[in-house]
Ligand binder design. Structure first.
Ligand SMILES: [Zn+2]
Length: 217
């Protein structure tokens, strides 16, 4: 009886270790995949190109949702003025910042240490360069901004005055398109064994898998 309980506790400890972010790579782990958008310009270009149809599709999808949720919008018309352009630029910068802050929040939640933020000319990124984060937790931080910001956008779409309703539609479309890279990384992370660890410096995402989980080394 005691032995069984002891074993059970041992297993629990193993499980909780597997589920915790760590600063040192545990024994038996080897690097499997590196996603480096700085080095892999082809992939960076592909993801940027893929973002465009995602943006157009989500804009139509979210506009149709607005038409369904708030039919009175059909009577309103708008014109593009300098003010509108200022609002769009302001929204884009705010959105980009919030998107990275949400990634950063999850990195903080999983490591309890301050994430890093980096701003480049064409993209911004968040990372936790000193940490190896369990794959499933990493998946949550990758998907976080897409789910949370789009959910907030959806609520705003239902609540804001009609004249402003295109702002949350734009916000959701931009955020969805901006998450193309996150979705790509997510598809790769989901193929990993749950015991795998992920290191994200902001620019470079590296996967580490336990030797025992790699079938074709
Ligand atoms: Zn992102």
């Amino acid at each position: 009886m005691y032995t069984i309980r002891y074993c059970y506790m041992q297993i629990r400890v193993k499980e909780s270790n597997m589920n915790t972010s760590t600063k040192t790579l545990p024994e038996g782990y080897v690097q499997s995949v590196e996603i480096n958008l700085k080095k892999n310009k082809r992939l960076a270009l592909k993801l940027n190109i893929a973002g465009l149809p995602v943006m157009i599709l989500s804009f139509f999808l979210f506009s149709s949702l607005v038409a369904l949720a708030r039919p009175s919008l059909m009577d309103t018309t708008g014109t593009v003025t300098a003010g509108v352009i200022v609002v769009i630029v302001g929204l884009t910068v705010t959105l980009l910042t919030i998107h990275e802050l949400v990634h950063g929040f999850f990195f903080w939640a999983f490591t309890r240490s301050r994430p890093v933020f980096d701003l480049h000319l064409f993209y911004a990124c968040a990372g936790a360069p000193d940490w190896y984060i369990p794959a499933r937790k990493y998946a949550v931080s990758a998907l976080g901004p897409l789910v949370i910001i789009d959910a907030v956008g959806f609520l705003l779409m239902l609540l804001v005055p009609l004249g402003w309703v295109l702002a949350p539609v734009y916000m959701m479309a931009m955020n969805t398109a901006g998450s193309t890279g996150d979705l790509y990384i997510l598809t790769r992370v989901l193929k990993l064994s749950p015991t795998s660890l992920v290191n994200d410096t902001g620019d470079v995402v590296t996967f580490y898998e336990h030797i025992s989980t790699i079938s074709n080394p």
